[in-house]
Design a protein around this ligand. Sequence first.
Ligand SMILES: [Mn+2]
Length: 381
Amino acid sequence: MPLLHYQYVFLPAVVTLGWLLVTKQDSQRSRRSMHSIIKLMLVAALSQLLLSLLLVGNHLAEVNRSSDNNEISMKADIYNTSQVQVSNHYATHAIFLISFGEQAADSTLVERCVLSLRRRGQWTGYIVLLTDAPPSRYEDWDEENNVIVMHPREEHFNGADGKPLEFNRETLSLKVKRFKTYVLDYVDMDKRLNNIEVIYYLDIDIIAGNKLEHLFRSKQQMIESLHQLRGGGGEGLSTLHFFTPISSEYPFQSGTFVVKRSSSRHCLELWRREIENIVGGTLGMDQAALRTIHEQIKAGFETKCRLIRMDNEDFLSFLKPKNFNKISKLSSYTTLIHLSNSKFAKWMDEEQQNTFLHAVLQLSEEEIQSGKYGKSIIKLT
Ligand SMILES: [Mn+2]
């Protein structure tokens, strides 16, 4: 503000005084030199004015920012976790989890996953939990935790012909995995999710090791890009985004994928049909169904769906014996950490795994003692 006074009061006064002096001068020569001085002063005054306007602009922007932050920290207080910031994607993004079966219900895998999403992930937005556990299992979760608990619809156990699907020992796991293809149907069932545009599905053996906002922001462009190719064939295309699996046997990792509400339905339905084609067989892999679709797309038989593979970069890592020592010593982790319970956990030292889990989950001594967040090794069907 002192700068402004200088502009509006002091400089005009000097200029006016100068002008009065000049008009009272007789000598042509001194009048000319006074003119140059006044011009110089005018230029100086104008540049000062511009500079101060810029400064005021900056100052206002900063005021806006800090009031945003106040709002953010007020919202964050609801979740009682310090340092949490409400992200830009709070209103448009949701996380979707599926927990089926008695073993999952008996375990605290969901609690562990959700805790990591809230703490390391700093995600305060909606988490949808689709579970066949009795309603009492997660009854105190709604509202308080911004977790929306849903239960499977009877008709979703049926195949395209309306009859219950029959799985065998090898393919029984597909009964649960097939529900991944219903993500949009469940999101559509709850009004609170009306504004959600992007849904990140996560297996419950995945935990967050870092801010989800980083992942959301980094992939936003990629998720939108195909649909923005106007006239370039992008319109009307259905997409699903996946990460890259450890094994090159399958083109996509199905433990986490991105669903775009406005466009993913067709791909999800294709995926469901392909899963149904393999339920009578010997392979319980939903990734195999994706591979088939991928091949159909490459061969030109499928033209409306695009399955897109994303690089894992610093967004996803898999904990396995080969890299466990390295990962457990890191001071910061990838956005998502896939713990691959069923496959690798038994090959790694249990005590070391627990120490690692406690560190990633940032458990207090009290929380560790409570045993609420489970052991590292949990048997899942
Ligand atoms: Mn998994």
